[in-house]
Design a binder for this molecule. Structure first.
Ligand SMILES: [Zn+2]
Length: 91
C-alpha cells in the first residue's frame, strides 16, 4: 500500500467523515438537501473528496431503480453514502 493522500478542503462549513474526521465535502457543493437515505436524511453534493467507490449495483431507491456505487472513506474505509452513476454524491 502506498502512502495515503488526504485532501483538505477550505471554507466555513466542511462535512467530515463521521468516523475518522477527514474532510469529505464542502457545504458550498451541496446541490440538494431533499433526499432520503437508508439511515435518514441525505444531501446531494456535486463533488466530494477522500472517498473511494464500491462495486456498481442496481438499487431500488425512493425515486425508483438506479445504478449506484457505495462510497467509502478513503482514510478509514467506513461507508459514507452512495453515488448515482450520473456522478452525483450523497451522504
Ligand atoms: Zn473516515
Amino acid at each position: 500500500m502506498g502512502r495515503l493522500f488526504i485532501e483538505s478542503l477550505s471554507g466555513p462549513r466542511i462535512f467530515k467523515c463521521k468516523f475518522c474526521k477527514v474532510d469529505s465535502a464542502s457545504h458550498d457543493h451541496i446541490v440538494s438537501k431533499d433526499f432520503q437515505g437508508r439511515y435518514g436524511r441525505a444531501y446531494l453534493f456535486r463533488s466530494v473528496v477522500n472517498v473511494c467507490l464500491g462495486p456498481r449495483e442496481e438499487r431500488l431507491l425512493m425515486s425508483g431503480l438506479h445504478t449506484v456505487n457505495d462510497i467509502y472513506c478513503s482514510s478509514c474505509q467506513q461507508i459514507l453514502g452512495w453515488r448515482y452513476v450520473s456522478l452525483r454524491f450523497f451522504f
